[in-house]
Structures are given as structure tokens and as C-alpha cells.
Design a protein around this ligand. Structure first.
Ligand SMILES: Nc1ncnc2c1ncn2[C@@H]1O[C@H](COP(=O)(O)OP(=O)(O)O)[C@@H](O)[C@H]1O
Ligand SMILES: [Mg+2]
Length: 280
């Protein structure tokens, strides 16, 4: 009997601007370059992850909002197919759906049920989450098996992690006992003392849970989403492409999925961006 369950990873930290979306997009693409079939789910009403892989928000019809709102909405109508990555996008409409979820019993379990239905079509599912605690973040914590927690390299970086872990604990004791942190990821790393101190503090607090790979601050990583491209389409030879490939390999090792494909990112064929090719 095959007992393998496709892992669902949420990239989460309620602090904004720590590199959640950058990580979700580029980790998804790096895993796809390792021959894994990846579903990226955008749970932020700002739709940054959707735009970042090349989908224009105004062209979106089916999205995560419809899937959460209506049990009968066909999931196929919300999945945009790319090569290697599929996307369930988000639009600003999602914030209205989030407000409707408040007070509806078990509405925060709907996402988990929806994803269960498509789970075995993918090798891994990655959720990009919004920068606030609320029904959407709760939905992500209920659907996920593991969390990746990006921590930026600034002075206030570790503030808020305690609250996140308290939330995780609450969900684990209630509706999702298997939820756990896969790893803490230093993002926006630069040569400053503050970045060095954040790294040391992370290591002393979370030890082997800290990913060895640090994501360096780089101009190419910042430019890519505005072009609707992952780093592997925008600058496959850049440090950002290498860093996220390193992260992908660590993630695969920790999850025990796939086989690491050797060689630099640049020597692998580029995948095409999702670009609104909706699956009918
Ligand atoms: N490694 C990096 N180097 C340079 N800029 C980055 C890097 N990671 C993220 N950014 C930029 O920082 C900002 C916040 O990143 P983002 O991934 O959107 O964070 P979040 O989703 O946590 O709010 C964005 O402008 C993004 O392009
Ligand atoms: Mg974001």
C-alpha cells in the first residue's frame, strides 16, 4: 500500500516584508526544476505570488476565494497550469471572503478539504500566506503539514515568532495535530552585524531547525516579481537562483521527497511562467 501523502508546506510569518512571497514563488520553481510537480497556492488577497509568476490579477476568474467560499465550485476552474508549477491564484476579492468566514463554523477547515481533493496530483503543495492572523492564516495552518518560517535579517526580525508558535501550538492541539515547523529561513541576508546577530540568535534558539541556506539580499530577486518572473526566468545565474536551489534541496532532504538533481540551476532548462493558461 502506498502511504505517501503529498506534503503541504505553508510559508508563514505574520510579519510583513520578510520574504514569504519571494520564498514561496522561488522555492516552488526551484522544486519544479528538481523534477517535482508543484502546486503553489496564493492565500494573500494582495495576490503577490500570483502576479510574481506572471498572472495578471484582472484576468483571473477562478481563484482561491471561490474555492473557499463555495463547496460546489470546481477546483479545476481555479487551477492555472504552468510547466512544473500549477497555481491557484488570489485576488483582492479574497479579503471579502475572509470577512465572511468569521463566525461560520469550521470555515477555516475548508481549504484543507479542498486541497485534499487534488493532493495526490502533486509532489508538493506550497501555500503563500497573508501578513496577518485571521481566518486565512488559520486556514493555512489547518491545511499544512509543515511550516517554513522566513526571518528577515533586521533588528526586529525575531519579534512575532513567539506569537506564531503559540498559534501553531493552539492549532496542533485542536484541529491539526500533525502541524510542525520544517525550518526557519534567514532571508534578506547581508554583510551587516545585525544580519550576523539575527543568524546567531536563530541558531541558538532553533538549532538544527534553521536551514543552512541563507537567502542573500539581491537586486535580481527584488526585480523579478515586477516582471512576473521567478528568479529562474529572470536571472538563472544569480545568487538568488543559487540560494533558492540550495533551500529546495534542503527541503527535499527534510521531507524525504524527490532526488536532488545535480548541477547549477542555469544548466537546467528554464520552465515557462504560468501566464494565465487556465486549465479547463
Ligand atoms: N533576498 C531578497 N533580496 C532583495 N529583495 C528581496 C529579497 N527577498 C524579498 N525581497 C523584497 O522584499 C520585499 C518583501 O518581500 P516579500 O517576499 O514580498 O515579503 P512578504 O511576502 O513576507 O511580505 C519585496 O519587495 C521583495 O521583492
Ligand atoms: Mg507576501
Amino acid at each position: 500500500m502506498n502511504t505517501f501523502r503529498t506534503p503541504i508546506l505553508a510559508v508563514a510569518n505574520q510579519k510583513g516584508g520578510v520574504g514569504k512571497t519571494t520564498t514561496a514563488i522561488n522555492l516552488a520553481q526551484a522544486l519544479a526544476l528538481q523534477d517535482l510537480k508543484v502546486l503553489l497556492v496564493d492565500l494573500d488577497p494582495q495576490g503577490n505570488a500570483s502576479q510574481g509568476v506572471g498572472v495578471r490579477l484582472e484576468t483571473i476568474e477562478g481563484s482561491i476565494a471561490e474555492l473557499i467560499r463555495s463547496r460546489d465550485y470546481p477546483i479545476e476552474s481555479a487551477v492555472y497550469q504552468g510547466q512544473g508549477i500549477d497555481l491557484i491564484p488570489a485576488t483582492p476579492h479574497l479579503s471579502r471572503v475572509e470577512r465572511e468566514m468569521v463566525g461560520i463554523t469550521n470555515s477555516e477547515l475548508r481549504l484543507a478539504h479542498r486541497l485534499d481533493a487534488v493532493r495526490d496530483r502533486y509532489s508538493v503543495i506550497i501555500l503563500d500566506t497573508p501578513p496577518t492572523f485571521g481566518p486565512l492564516m488559520n486556514s493555512a495552518l489547518n491545511a499544512a503539514d509543515r511550516l517554513i518560517v522566513p526571518v528577515d535579517s533586521g533588528f526586529f526580525a525575531l519579534m512575532g515568532i513567539k506569537e506564531l508558535l503559540a498559534e501553531v501550538d493552539e492549532i496542533r492541539q485542536g484541529t491539526n495535530p500533525r502541524l510542525d515547523v520544517l525550518g526557519y529561513l534567514l532571508t534578506l541576508a547581508d554583510p551587516t552585524n545585525i544580519a550576523g546577530q539575527t543568524w546567531e540568535t536563530l541558531l541558538s534558539n532553533f538549532k538544527e531547525k534553521v536551514f543552512e541556506t541563507r537567502i542573500r539580499r539581491s537586486v535580481k530577486l527584488k526585480e523579478a516579481p515586477a516582471l512576473g518572473k521567478t528568479i529562474y526566468h529572470h536571472a538563472p545565474d544569480s545568487v538568488g537562483a543559487r540560494d533558492y536551489l540550495g533551500l529546495a534541496q534542503e527541503v527535499m532532504m527534510r521531507l524525504g521527497i524527490g532526488e536532488v538533481v545535480q548541477g547549477e540551476a542555469s544548466s537546467r532548462p528554464a520552465l515557462s511562467v504560468v501566464q494565465g493558461a487556465r486549465h479547463e
